[in-house]
Design a binder for this molecule. Structure first.
Ligand code: DSN
Length: 435
């Protein structure tokens, strides 16, 4: 990055500082991962210069031959990866992909049913400060407070809620839910109340592609995702439709006097509905990451992500922590710190001082604000990319436990930081723009 270093030393310094932070810390934020150099190179390429509104072969601009090739490859590889008929790889983010879902399936004021944000749901699934909660009438289901399903979704309650609120759409998907979903049960409820079923698989997408978790595509009318979490691609979004075009809702819809497939409606909800020009450098990087995910090595990676998450959750339990729902099926665990007498924000800061990055997170039935919270969320996707195995993750929990048992003791923070640095040295990440 010599040009950047010379031309804009301030930005170069921020980039170098961030690379150093990633290299020298333990990254446990469940929504983050580390992309390959090939993905970085595609993102940093002159494809960023190209306008290409439209779809491959049907653009509003000339000179699109090369970016058409890149987007066609991204689409072909995504379809193969998830075994589906149709994808749109243009959404700039998960939130953009979700905006296209709402635009296609609902009208402003329509009711939909989604997972409560404070129970692990996502901002774009009806939060009152987000377009989804401002433009549409959001109703919620949640997880159980106690009993055998504590911390989990009880499908009987989802059905009861759906029968009461009569949603036009039901959404599945979460930012802080560590269990798999019963897609067939969701679909049966959606069919019973005449609702569309939408799955936002942003968090588990890579695990679903690798067959580690159940696949929503045979059940949901539409699936959205980000590409940068467990899928380990560039920051971005995507929409997918399964092979179920014969369902009573999904086959065709009428718009502008013409009968169109749902896929056409979703395409036009992305562009021109909610976006302008697609980010062709990011789409090329998506294609690179999908090729990586089609490699058998990615299956082994995803398997290890799940093994590591189970080991991590188990080690927290063994050390007396409350793990929401008692464990995990996926790449993350939600730790309720109320019984330890510390808040999420205090834990996040104490761990950050030791170069262990987590995020404070609301736990179900939390009595604290989102700025304080009673929990932390931890994930294994990023450090599994760096080669951490299950015994290393148990070590990481030991370090976390030590820090949390000595909040305010700077010497403990310094000692753990030293251990973190040592572990990171044994699992190198990026070898460029280092000081
Ligand atoms: N904000 C992301 C997360 O951390 O889960 C989801 O979009």
């Amino acid at each position: 990055m010599t040009d950047l270093a010379t031309q804009d030393p301030a930005i170069f310094s921020a980039v170098r500082g961030e690379v150093a932070r990633q290299n020298n810390g333990i990254e446990l934020i469940a929504s983050e991962n580390f992309v390959s150099r090939a993905v970085l190179q595609a993102m940093g390429s002159p494809l960023t210069n190209k306008y290409a509104e439209g779809l491959p072969g049907r653009r509003y601009y000339g000179g699109c031959d090369q970016v058409d090739r890149a987007e066609a490859l991204a689409r072909e590889r995504a379809r193969e990866l998830f075994g589906c008929d149709w994808v749109n790889v243009q959404p700039h983010s998960g939130a953009s992909a979700n905006a296209a879902v709402y635009l296609t399936l609902l009208k402003p004021g329509d009711t939909f049913l989604g997972l409560d944000l404070s129970h692990g749901g996502h901002l774009t699934h009806g939060s009152p400060v987000n377009f989804s909660g401002l433009l549409y009438r959001a109703e919620y289901y949640g997880v159980e407070r106690s009993g055998p399903l504590a911390g989990r979704i009880d499908m009987n309650r989802v059905r009861d809620r759906a029968l009461v609120v009569g949603p036009k759409m039901i959404s599945i998907g979460a930012s802080a839910y560590s269990r798999d979903f019963d897609y067939a049960a969701f679909r049966s409820i959606a069919d019973e109340v005449g609702a569309f079923l939408w799955m936002d698989m942003a968090h588990p997408a890579g695990l679903i592609a690798a067959g580690e978790l159940s696949n929503p595509l045979p059940h949901a009318h539409v699936v959205s995702t980000t590409t940068h979490k467990t899928l380990r691609g560039p920051r971005g979004g995507m929409l997918l439709i399964g092979n179920d075009f014969e369902n009573p809702f999904g086959k065709v819809a009428r718009k502008s006097g013409r009968v169109r497939n749902m896929s056409e409606l979703f395409d036009s909800a992305v562009f021109p509905g909610t976006q302008g020009g697609p980010l062709m450098h990011v789409i090329a990087a998506k294609a690179v990451s999908f090729l990586e995910a089609l490699d058998p090595a990615f299956k082994a990676y995803a398997r290890q992500v799940v093994i590591n998450a189970r080991a991590m959750a188990d080690e927290f339990l063994r050390r007396g922590y409350d793990v929401v729902s008692g464990g995990t099926d996926n790449h993350m665990a939600l730790i309720d710190l109320r019984s330890r007498g510390i808040t999420g924000v205090v834990a996040e800061r104490a761990l950050q001082a030791a170069e262990i990055t987590v995020n404070k997170n609301m736990v179900p039935f939390d009595d604290k604000s989102p700025f304080v919270t009673s929990g932390i969320r931890v994930g294994t996707a990023a450090m599994t990319t760096r080669g951490f195995g299950k015994s290393t993750f148990r070590e990481v929990v030991r370090m976390i436990d030590r820090v949390l048992n000595h909040v305010g003791d700077e010497s403990v923070g310094r000692e753990v930081k030293g251990e973190v640095l040592e572990l990171c040295r044994h699992h190198p990440l990026y070898d460029f723009v280092t000081a």
